[in-house]
Design a protein around this ligand. Structure first.
Ligand code: NOJ
Length: 768
């Protein structure tokens, strides 16, 4: 990519900067409402200037998509000066943001500030766990707090707007972007989507530590066929409304300021050109007042989809469909004026898009002070602060899921004793300071995560010997992935096996490198990449006391490990404080409390696999049914390896006395469901109490189970608490065959327990 250093250009332009904003005094008039100011501004804007607001260019480094031709820096600066840019992405750092903002404010006719966007997905510089991991905490306050920490760092770096949260629902672990969302469930996904928007945007968007959020990718991107990135999506209306859209709606309820549309086509119409999604549902039915940005180049991609004949046609379709801002397709800046003049796009649509964008800029306080996010002192103090590191450490511990902790010779391996053990630590990921940062970490510095080795070294009572054993991949790179990266080198197996042989416990950190999941990183296998499975088996052959710590951005089908390895810890990619969090869990200074937000399959062939599936006309009647005529595979069970909602603790919990306050309710009524949960083990701990329902008969079929409530509670050893949920219209309704949200009369089952296999059950009826 061609680059031109910003400071040089700033100098270049410095001599020609003129103050032009006096014609726009009203822009700062405190007596006017934002709507009035935007109206006045629009009334003096030329068509070209309005279109300029709809144009977003990438900055000068960190391209997060293919760079279009004509995307060179010189053109961008020319367009900036001409007022033809409303926003830039991937510009960061107070110095750089200030410089570019200065050009927009002082050089253009109207002095309209830019809105600066960036992918602050899970942390800015202090990296938090990947969003899938955070979601495993089921801790909405912690998730919200993590988003506000990320917002405060990004804002301190001059950024006003994050392209997060990703609220796509998905069920196929082959898709690389499962790391970026909240998992498979629309109810959990909606709660988390809401929390993340509140975390980024805070209560006051003009505050210097909050930024505008962006719900993405609208819509159905997570349903890409075969989990292949950017692939076609074909889903029915019921799945769209009941499963895919609820988290997006939740972000609108949370006051999200922007949406991003998606790369995929949905039922034959590319989402970026989809009027039904953007105008009818989002801006119409939901009354969304913010603006929609396209995904990177997704307007231009309407051509490759076979939907538009050229970039001009693509611009026409996208503008009509309701895409307000063009990210790096150059379709609006190059063609929209002509399209309006030719009568192909109504100018009112352009005015509406510009109005939406300007409103958000006002709401961010950018008109009052375009440099309010540009404070070098704050930048130094906030970014990477101790408080932020403490927050991401807390989030990381809460994100870890204990998958297995069986006894070996009458004893569980975890938590580890703090003294007297000989521990072998094996696996390249155990000594990796880069991979834990995940694949979205553009604001961070490479190799800044605490490794597991470093985290474990802080516990000095045991002897710890590290051996790599094998690499995960050969080399690593953020934006290139090549099949040849898969390593076959086993030359370091022998020394790892030797150390394992002479140890009391072996901690093996295996899984995927941080760059093996994320955008553009779909896989067809869900195994331990490279020779790691062989390494695991070779070590197991000499020492069965293995604690397997998984680092991964997606569910893995670790079926062999589940059968043989006594202890398995799901530690995802946990960010900057990864190694400290893992060590504190292994040593029992934090009792694991995470629960899976996504089903783990036994084999890749089972995906898409999810807990809230439909029963079909031929569900297996009995577990041991051998006849072929049932909905099943002939070579693997129907059940997953680990179900949605699953996760263990160092203690144990018992559920009893599930009580409903009514057996019958009217369609607008509610029923209270209570249950007693006790800590029956030897450690204080936290449990995510989960409530599932089944609507037995529907005008459109309902899933066998649906999460409709959860609460994370802390219980001391021996303590019992009663947890009460309320099921009401909001939780019992669904998008029915009448194409509306309704509660249908009929029978409902309800379960409460510690995962989606909960068996404690009751029933009630909704009557007309
Ligand atoms: C493409 C991704 O799909 C989107 O999520 C991201 O925000 C943009 N690139 C900008 O980097």
């Amino acid at each position: 990519m061609k680059t031109l250093k910003l400071p040089i250009l700033v100098l270049l332009f410095a001599t020609t900067i003129s103050c032009s904003q006096n014609i726009t005094k009203f822009m700062h008039d405190k007596n006017l409402t934002i709507d009035q100011k935007v109206d006045s501004l629009l009334s003096i804007m030329t068509l070209k200037e309005k279109i300029g607001q709809m144009n977003q260019y990438n900055g000068f480094w960190n391209a997060t998509g293919p760079v279009p031709s004509g995307g060179d820096a010189e053109k961008k600066y020319k367009d900036l000066e001409a007022g033809l840019i409303g926003s830039m992405l991937n510009v960061r750092g107070v110095k750089e943001v200030r410089a570019i903002q200065k050009l927009a404010v002082e050089k253009t006719r109207l002095g309209i500030p830019l809105i600066i966007g960036f992918d602050v997905i899970h942390g800015y510089k202090t990296i938090a766990p990947i969003p899938l991991a955070e979601s495993a905490s089921w801790d909405l306050e912690a998730i919200k707090n993590s988003a506000s920490v990320a917002a405060s760092e990004a804002a301190a770096s001059g950024i006003n707007w994050t392209f997060a949260p990703m609220v796509d629902i998905y069920r196929d672990a082959r898709w690389g972007r499962v790391m970026e969302g909240a998992g498979e469930d629309p109810y959990l996904g909606s709660k988390i989507a809401y929390a993340r928007v509140k975390g980024f945007q805070g209560d006051d968007l003009t505050a210097p530590n909050t930024i505008a959020a962006c719900a993405k990718h609208f819509a159905a991107y997570g349903f890409a066929e075969a989990g292949k990135e950017y692939n076609t999506v074909d889903v029915g209306l019921s799945t769209l409304h009941n499963t895919i859209l609820p988290p997006f709606k939740a972000t609108v309820d949370a006051g999200v300021k922007t949406f991003m549309n998606s790369f995929n086509e949905l039922n034959g119409v590319p989402a970026t050109g989809d009027k039904f999604l953007q105008r009818d549902i989002l801006k119409g039915e939901w009354g969304f007042k913010g603006f929609v940005v396209s995904d990177w180049g997704s307007i231009g991609e309407l051509i490759a989809h076979g939907y538009a004949k050229d970039n001009k046609d693509a611009g026409r379709l996208a503008a009509i469909a309701g895409s307000d801002m063009d990210m790096e397709s150059h379709a609006y800046v190059d063609h929209l004026e002509e399209l309006v003049k030719e009568g192909k796009v109504d100018e009112a649509l352009v005015t509406d898009a510009a109005r939406r964008i300007l409103t958000v800029k006002y709401e961010l306080g950018l008109f009052d002070d375009p440099y309010r996010y540009c404070d070098e002192k704050r930048e130094k103090e906030v970014i990477g602060s101790k408080a932020n590191n403490d927050a991401v450490l807390d989030m990381a511990k809460k994100s870890i899921v204990l998958l297995k902790n069986d006894e070996v010779s009458g004893k569980k391996l975890l938590p580890l004793k703090k003294e007297g053990l000989k521990i072998a630590l094996i696996g390249a990921l155990a000594n990796d300071k880069n991979s834990p940062l995940g694949s979205w970490r553009l604001g961070s510095d490479d190799n800044t995560a605490v490794s597991v080795l470093e985290g474990m070294k802080k516990y000095t009572g045991n002897t710890l010997t590290y051996k790599k054993g094998a690499d995960v991949t050969v080399g690593e790179t953020a934006f290139i992935y090549d099949l040849t990266f898969n390593t076959t080198d086993k030359s370091e197996f022998a020394e790892a096996i030797e150390v394992a042989k002479n140890s009391d416990v072996v901690v093996m950190v295996l899984g995927e490198h941080g760059f093996q999941s994320g955008e553009g990183r779909s896989r067809t296998k869900l195994d331990l990449p490279g020779v790691q499975q062989e390494l695991l088996e070779a070590v197991y052959a000499v020492n069965k006391n293995i604690v397997l710590v998984l680092n991964n951005g997606r569910p893995l089908a670790v079926t062999w490990a589940d059968k043989h390895i006594p202890t398995i810890v799901e530690a995802w990619q946990l960010g900057t404080q990864s190694g400290n969090a893992i060590a504190q869990i292994l040593y029992g200074d934090y009792n694991p409390s995470g629960k899976l937000p996504m089903t783990f399959p036994r084999r890749v062939g089972q995906v898409p696999i999810y807990y809230n599936y439909k029963n079909t006309g031929r569900p297996i009647p009995l577990e041991d049914e051998k006849m072929v005529f049932w909905s099943k595979y002939s070579d693997v069970e129907n059940t997953p390896l680990y179900p949605f909602g699953y996760g263990l603790s160092y203690t144990s919990f018992a559920y009893k006395n599930l009580v409903l306050d009514k057996n019958e309710i009217p369609v607008n009524g509610n029923v209270k469901v209570s249950v007693e949960v006790s800590n029956t083990g030897n450690h204080d701990g936290e449990e995510v109490v989960q409530l599932y329902i089944r609507d037995l008969i529907g005008s459109s079929t309902r899933p066998v189970k649906e999460l409709k409530g959860f609460e994370k509670i802390a219980l001391k050893v021996g303590e019992t608490k009663t947890v009460t949920f309320t099921l009401d219209k909001e939780t019992l309704q669904f998008y029915t065959a009448n194409n509306k949200w309704e509660v249908e009369p009929g029978d409902f089952d309800v379960w409460v327990g510690g995962d989606s296999n909960a068996t404690l059950k009751a029933s009630f009826t909704v009557v007309e």
